[in-house]
Design a protein around this ligand. Structure first.
Ligand code: ATP
Ligand code: MG
Length: 330
């Protein structure tokens, strides 16, 4: 059993606060938080030299602090006893894993499925299946590893009020999973606006540690910003906040070895004369931050996914359908 599979017992979130470690006073806490380090786990997986930069003092003190962090997580049952050093925890957390989409075509296009430690963006017009894919993945991540899952819960941040428990039940049943158990393993948060979304994302690390989730869905990540920052004069501010969001997501994906899936809509691109005259919202900020961009479009009786500007993937398309079991090959 890996350390992560043990995560999920009820540890109150405040127990994971870095300030809970002896030797961390208010000033140290403030320095750590300013560097995005909130939980004991955040602290453990940083490189000692980086921590030395942030905290000052001596290397010995830094290593001492990380040792305390490791011991504390072990006491809480959040990491295995046989992790002997912080470095070992990091090494084990480094391995990338995959979640099946349910469609072999789409998994192949993605060279194995949805990756952990990466942000995968699905974008496309309304009704192209973005929300359906999010539902399917929230179930699939719970499948055993031999069936393409990670045997772990999901966190689902819904900004569009389109999360449907009934649809989860349907997919779970089709995949021969206990629907009630599957529903309980999807931790849903509804974000009412962009600042609420940012707040939820700030708390994500803690939530991931509490639940043991290996997938984080945000449907839609960009829409709230688009809806609230409308005028041209607000564009800079909007992009700045989006940048903040995206960077926090990158950090979380890597640190906690989770897959992050976000959805995005399209807007007209009036300067495009050939090919598809639409593009995802969010400009360069989102484009640079996401690891994989998948464009979805409707075809007759099916959906087509294309992988956009990925340096690692050969260009290609995958045809899939939406059905009772989520999504699958036609
Ligand atoms: P938006 O931009 O409006 O959020 P979206 O890309 O999220 O759109 P979805 O809600 O994922 O779109 O897709 C809706 C489509 O999924 C419907 O048009 C319907 O055809 C299909 N669909 C939903 N549930 C099922 C099901 N149980 N079986 C087959 N198809 C389904
Ligand atoms: Mg949707």
């Amino acid at each position: 059993m890996s350390g992560r599979e043990k995560i999920g017992k009820e540890v109150p979130p405040e127990e994971l606060d870095v300030a809970k470690l002896s030797g961390i006073g208010p000033a140290t806490k403030q320095k750590l938080n300013a560097a995005g380090i909130y939980t004991i786990m955040d602290l453990l997986v940083q490189s000692p030299t980086y921590l030395l930069d942030i905290l000052g003092g001596s290397m010995e003190k830094v290593l001492n602090l990380q040792e305390k962090a490791r011991k504390r997580l072990e006491e809480l049952g959040l990491i295995q006893k046989d992790f002997t050093t912080a470095e070992e925890v990091m090494e084990r957390m480094k391995s990338v894993e995959y979640i099946t989409t349910g469609s072999k075509n789409l998994d192949n296009l993605l060279l194995g499925g949805i990756e952990t430690q990466a942000i995968t963006e699905f974008y496309g017009e309304y009704g192209t299946g973005k929300t359906q894919i999010c539902h399917a993945l929230s179930v699939n991540v719970q499948l055993p590893k031999e069936k393409g899952g990670l045997n772990a819960p999901a966190i689902y941040i819904d900004t569009e009020k389109t999360f449907r428990p009934s649809r989860i039940k349907e997919i779970a049943e089709a995949r021969e999973l206990d629907p009630m158990k599957v529903l309980k393993n999807i931790h849903v948060a509804k974000a009412i606006n962009s600042s609420h979304l940012l707040l939820l994302v700030k708390e994500l690390g803690r939530k991931i540690m509490e639940t043991g989730a290996r997938l984080v869905v945000i449907d839609s990540a960009v829409a709230p910003f688009r809806a609230e920052y409308i005028g041209r004069g607000q564009l800079a501010e909007r992009q700045q906040l989006l940048n903040l969001l995206m960077h926090e997501l990158i950090r979380i994906a890597e640190l906690y070895n989770v897959a992050i899936v976000i959805t995005n809509q399209v807007q007209a691109a009036p300067d495009v004369y050939f090919g598809d005259p639409t593009r995802p919202i969010g400009g360069h900020v989102v484009a640079h931050a996401v690891t994989y961009r998948i464009y979805l479009r409707k075809a007759r009786n099916a959906r087509v996914a294309s992988i956009m500007d990925s340096p690692h993937h050969p260009p290609g398309e995958a045809v899939f359908v939406i059905n009772k079991g989520g999504i699958s090959d036609p």
